[in-house]
Design a binder for this molecule. Structure first.
Ligand code: MG
Length: 331
């Protein structure tokens, strides 16, 4: 898989890179990273985690044929994205949009250099993921008890009881494991979230063996101020190269939040091709940060993502006919 050819940044790019704290490729930021190792492989300053096929399609009302989902993931693979979250092995009755998870996971062509995690809530979901020959999983819990109860019907401790054995088994098998903290920047039931609760849950995910911990702005209310305070608190105990952020563009501030997080040393961001996803708590609002927007902004800043923007746009065209909101965008 080819990535961007190496090239010397132009002066304007160098200035932009300095402005957000880059001194070398994948290197330290002025404020953040403490690791002496390069944060990311060469040729990539920022890692884009594509969540469209799972988080995006899960939250779109329309039903997408299995063959289209497979074609979508394959088209995304042609973008050289380092991570594509393919589907979810939650209860198909709870998320009927992704009830074809095994067919999708076994139908895609996996490309070397890309990870293909699947969402897994518990042992039953993990068993199905194993059946589908997954080798990377994403677990999810919440920063608030109210959201955990509403989302999965148990406490935060309850979520850890459900997926703790799964994480241990996955680690033994050599899987890559990601852990999500939902509503890390705001809860639809409680409003502002206690940052110490975010840090505590993130630490528990790391202790469980997660390779990466992702703080999710599930309802899209993060601000540059809350990003600053939350990342500063979290990076005290979570290595910055194991921390990812997941923004929704509900209030149009996702890219500004990404840029603030870059200044703080974060180098991994989630996004969904086409901005798929919407927000169940804000009907009609934009969904996940669009992958095209994220990659485009990184390129403007002179930061390499190692991905092919045109291929991402081509992947969006694969699902466009099946997602009314995307059809409207072209009208
Ligand atoms: Mg999302």
């Amino acid at each position: 898989m080819t990535v961007h050819p190496e090239r010397s940044p132009r002066n304007s790019e160098r200035r932009a890179r300095r402005a957000i704290g880059f001194t070398q490729t994948g290197g330290k930021s002025k404020e953040g990273a403490t690791s002496k190792e390069p944060l990311l492989p060469p040729k990539r300053d920022v890692s884009v985690v594509e969540v469209g096929p799972r988080d995006g399609l899960q939250n779109e009302a329309s039903s997408i044929p299995t063959s289209v989902k497979i074609a979508f993931v394959n088209a995304l693979s042609a973008s050289a994205l380092p991570v594509i979250e393919v589907t979810s092995f939650v209860n198909p009755k709870a998320v009927p949009q992704l009830s074809d998870a095994i067919e999708v996971m076994t139908g895609i062509q996996r490309v070397k250099g890309t990870r293909y995690p699947v969402l897994v809530p518990n042992q039953r979901g993990f068993d199905r993921a194993l059946e589908a020959k997954a080798d990377a999983i994403a677990l999810f819990t919440s920063a608030t008890e109210a959201f955990a109860q509403a989302n999965v019907g148990t406490s935060i401790d309850g979520t850890f009881e459900r997926f703790g054995p799964v994480a241990a088994d996955a680690r033994r098998r050599g899987f890559w494991v990601r852990g999500y903290v939902s509503v890390a920047f705001g809860c639809p039931y409680l409003g502002p979230v206690d940052i110490s609760a975010v840090v505590s849950v993130a630490e528990r995910l790391l202790e469980l063996g997660c390779d990466e911990v992702c703080l999710a702005d599930t309802i899209g209310t993060a601000t540059q101020e809350s990003v600053t305070s939350t990342v500063q608190a979290t990076r005290e105990s979570i290595p910055i190269d194991q921390l990812a952020l997941h923004f929704h563009d509900t209030s149009g501030s996702a890219l500004a939040n990404v840029e603030r997080a870059l200044e703080l040393g974060v180098r991994t961001f989630d996004s969904a091709a086409g901005g798929l996803g919407g927000c169940p708590f804000a009907p009609g609002a934009p969904g996940n940060l669009a992958t095209e927007q994220l990659i485009g902004r990184m390129e403007l800043l002179g930061l390499r993502t190692g991905t092919h923007l045109d291929a991402v746009k081509a992947a969006v065209d694969v699902v466009r006919p099946f997602v009314p909101r995307l059809r409207r965008l072209t009208a």
